[in-house]
Design a protein around this ligand. Structure first.
Ligand code: FES
Length: 231
């Protein structure tokens, strides 16, 4: 989302919050504005992001993984989505010159499966497979929840009670750089920290809730984790 559009969106959300009819809307949750960089530390250019690849970065906390995807086609604003507790919200589409770049929390909205350094049961699939009747989905192999990254992470199949939380992106068209600025939808970070407290502390130097600031390094999922389970 370009900065101007994003600010307009926040202003619209704030205005809507004053209306009794829309008071229950899920509003964007803003965190630190973080620049996405490659593994070499250079800013990631939107045009350099390969299509249909699983890229991963940590945001808004050191231990919370997110997918960054270039869908290879425009991802337009979605119809109204809803959190598990019934709060409606509107996802505003992808960013970049083609509006094809999107990001989502990689924590499954069902039982919080997430990619670790050892193994990942959840990933983006460009192709249909035997257990995957939809192409271009984020598929969690734990209980087969499937999400549509071109439509705000809405649930296509499986037991997930709500879409994946979207990561709000800003695209600087003059530099072709991307920043993460917040989340939209049902983020599940508190449940995630509670469920995996011990493991997250071990994996993150005892500080899994450290907010990410400055830059966030974007990595190919296959470099990030040793084994990907495909179902
Ligand atoms: S944890 Fe992902 S489908 Fe159950």
């Amino acid at each position: 989302m370009e900065r101007r559009a994003f600010l307009k969106f926040c202003a619209a959300s704030a205005t809507a919050a004053g209306s009794p009819a829309l008071a229950a809307d899920a509003r964007p949750h803003l965190y630190a504005r973080v620049r996405l960089v490659g593994e070499n530390g250079d800013p990631l250019r939107a045009k350099s992001i390969p299509a249909n690849r699983n890229l991963i970065f940590q945001y808004p906390y050191a231990s919370t993984p997110c997918f960054l995807l270039n869908l290879g086609r425009p991802a337009k604003a979605s119809a109204l989505l809803k959190t598990a507790d019934g709060k409606p919200y509107e996802w505003r589409g992808g960013v970049g010159a083609q509006r094809s770049i999107v990001a989502y929390s990689a924590i499954c909205a069902h039982k919080l499966t997430y990619p670790t350094r050892d193994i990942s049961f959840i990933s983006f699939r460009a192709e249909k497979t035997r257990g995957n009747r939809h192409a271009h989905v984020i598929h969690c192999c734990s209980e087969h929840s499937q999400y549509d990254p071109a439509e705000g992470g809405r649930v296509l199949a499986g037991p997930a009670p709500q879409p994946l939380a979207a990561i709000l992106l800003e695209w600087d068209s003059s530099k072709d750089e991307i920043h993460a600025v917040g989340t939209l939808g049902g983020e599940m970070f508190n449940e995630f920290f509670a469920k995996y407290e011990f493991r997250l502390a071990l994996d993150n130097g005892g500080a899994p809730k450290r907010p990410v600031s400055g830059n966030a390094v974007v990595t190919e999922l296959e470099n990030y984790c040793k084994q990907q389970v495909k179902c």
